[in-house]
Design a protein around this ligand. Structure first.
Ligand SMILES: Nc1nc2c(ncn2[C@@H]2O[C@H](COP(=O)(O)OP(=O)(O)O)[C@@H](O)[C@H]2O)c(=O)[nH]1
Ligand SMILES: [Mg+2]
Length: 414
C-alpha cells in the first residue's frame, strides 16, 4: 500500500514537472508574468529533481514579496501641468478629499511629496516640484528630490516640451532610470479647437498635430526617439492613458509588476482583464504550491468555510472597485440610487454565489467551465484543488461586475 502511494506521489511530481512550464506560459503570457525567468527555470529544475518543499516555499516567498514590494513613481514637469491632478486620478481620489494632492495651487516648495495609494500603501506616487523656473538646474533638482528612490519618472507638460525637460531626462538616463513623457490636458485643447474651428474640426487631426508638435520639440532638443502619451486627467479611459498603463506594466520588472497592475484604476475593459489575469496567476501559483506540497490532486475544499470565502470575495470586490464604498461613489457620480447600481451585479451576495441544488456539483461545473474557457488552467490534467475553483469563480464574477460598472460609467445602459 505504502509502495503504491509512493509510486503515485512520484508520478504526480513528474506530472507537475512536465506540465509546469507549458501551463505557466499559457496563463501568464499575455500581460507579463509574476515570476522572473530565473525563478521559472529554478522551479522547473527543482520540480524535476523532486524538491517540492523548496518549490512551495519559493512560490510563497514570491507571492508575499510581490504584495509588499515598494514601488515609487515620480511625477514631474512644470507647475500647472496637471501633476497633482494625475496623482489623484491614479489613486482614485477626488480633488477635494482628505489626503488628496492639492491641485491648482502655485508651488513654492522644492520638496517631493509622497502620496500612498489608498488600497496599496506600498505603491507611492511622488508629487515633485515644478521644473519650469528660469534658473532650473536638473542636477540640484534631482539631488533635492532624491532621484535614487524612484522606479520611474512620468514627465508632464501641458503644452510643449522644452530644454528643461530634456536636461532632466539626460540626468535621469545617467541613473539608468526609465521615463515617460505625458502631454496633459488634451481635452482642453480639443475643446478650444472645436470652438474656434467648428466647421473643420477633426479630433484625430488635432491629436496628431499635438503629438507631432511635442515630438518635434523633443527632437529639436536632441531627443528624436522619444514617445509622448496624450492624456486627459479628467478622462483616463480616453486618448493614450490606456497605452501608457500598458507600457508601464510591461516595462516594470516582474517582481514589481503585480503591485502596480493592481493599483491602477479600471479605466478600460483591458485594464480589468489585466488585473483579472494577474489574480488568476496568483490563484494558479497558490494551487501549484498546494499541489507541490501534497504531490497529489488536492481536494481541500471545505464547504462550510464561509469566513474564508467571504474574505476572498471581499478582497476581489475591493481590488476591482465593487466594494460598498466604491458602489456608493458610482451611484453618486451617475446620480442613481445604490440599489439601481447594485441590481445587475452578481458578486454582492456570497451565499447566492455558492448555493445551488448541489453546491459541490455546481462548483465543479463552474471550475471546469471556467478553467477550459480561460487558457487551460487545468491544462492537460494539471490538478487544482476545489478551493481554487471557488476563488476563480469569485474572481470571474467580480471582474464581470467591474465591467458592468465600467460600462455604466461610460453611459452604456446597465
Ligand atoms: N482640462 C483639464 N484640466 C486639467 C487637467 N489636469 C489638470 N487640470 C487642471 O489644471 C490645473 C493645474 O493642475 P495641477 O494638477 O494642480 O497641476 P500641477 O501644478 O502640475 O500639480 C488645475 O486647475 C486642474 O484642475 C486635464 O487633463 N485637463
Ligand atoms: Mg501640484
Amino acid at each position: 500500500m505504502e509502495v503504491l502511494d509512493l509510486a503515485h506521489k512520484d508520478a504526480n511530481i513528474q506530472s507537475l514537472a512536465s506540465k509546469f512550464m507549458p501551463c505557466y506560459r499559457m496563463i501568464s503570457s499575455r500581460f507579463g508574468s509574476l515570476l522572473s525567468e530565473d525563478t521559472i527555470a529554478w522551479i522547473q529544475s527543482a520540480l524535476e529533481e523532486g524538491r517540492v518543499g523548496e518549490v512551495a516555499s519559493r512560490i510563497q516567498e514570491t507571492l508575499e514579496a510581490s504584495e509588499n514590494i515598494p514601488l515609487n513613481i515620480a511625477v514631474t514637469g512644470e507647475s500647472g501641468s496637471g501633476k497633482s491632478t494625475f496623482i489623484n486620478a491614479i489613486r482614485g481620489i477626488g480633488h477635494e478629499e482628505k489626503d488628496s494632492a492639492s491641485t491648482g495651487v502655485v508651488e513654492t516648495t522644492m520638496k517631493a511629496t509622497p502620496y500612498e495609494h489608498p488600497k496599496y500603501p506600498n505603491v507611492k506616487l511622488w508629487d515633485l516640484p515644478g521644473i519650469g523656473t528660469p534658473d532650473f538646474c536638473p542636477e540640484t533638482y534631482l539631488d533635492q528630490v532624491q532621484i535614487d528612490q524612484y522606479d520611474f519618472f512620468i514627465i508632464f507638460s501641458s503644452s510643449r516640451f522644452t530644454v528643461n525637460h530634456v536636461k532632466l531626462v539626460q540626468e535621469i538616463r545617467k541613473m539608468k532610470k526609465k521615463f515617460y513623457f505625458v502631454r496633459s490636458m488634451v481635452d482642453k485643447d480639443l475643446e478650444n479647437e472645436r470652438k474656434s474651428k467648428p466647421k473643420t474640426f477633426s479630433k484625430e487631426r488635432v491629436l496628431q498635430i499635438m503629438r507631432d508638435y511635442c515630438l518635434k520639440n523633443l527632437s529639436d532638443e536632441g531627443m528624436s526617439e522619444a514617445r509622448v502619451f496624450l492624456v486627459s486627467n479628467f478622462d483616463l479611459s480616453n486618448y493614450d492613458f490606456p497605452k501608457l498603463e500598458e507600457t508601464l506594466v510591461k516595462d516594470l520588472p516582474a517582481c514589481k509588476r503585480h503591485a502596480f497592475l493592481l493599483a491602477l484604476p479600471d479605466v478600460s475593459e483591458a485594464a480589468i482583464d489585466r488585473k483579472k489575469a494577474a489574480l488568476q496567476e496568483r490563484i494558479w501559483l497558490q494551487a501549484l504550491k498546494t499541489g507541490a506540497l501534497a504531490a497529489l490532486p488536492a481536494v481541500g475544499f471545505i464547504l462550510n468555510d464561509i469566513d474564508s470565502m467571504d474574505k476572498c470575495l471581499k478582497h476581489y470586490r475591493n481590488v476591482f472597485g465593487v466594494d460598498d464604498a466604491s458602489l456608493l461613489q458610482v451611484a453618486q457620480r451617475l446620480e442613481r440610487s445604490v440599489e439601481e447600481i447594485k441590481a445587475p451585479l452578481k458578486s454582492l451576495d456570497l451565499l447566492a454565489l455558492i448555493k445551488g441544488e448541489s453546491a459541490m456539483d455546481q462548483l465543479l461545473k463552474v471550475g471546469g467551465g471556467f478553467c477550459s474557457a480561460n487558457g487551460g488552467i487545468m491544462g492537460a490534467g494539471f490538478h487544482i484543488g476545489k478551493t481554487y475553483y471557488i476563488h476563480l469563480h469569485f474572481l470571474n464574477t467580480v471582474a464581470n461586475d467591474a465591467k458592468i460598472l465600467f460600462r455604466g460609467i461610460l453611459g452604456i445602459p446597465f
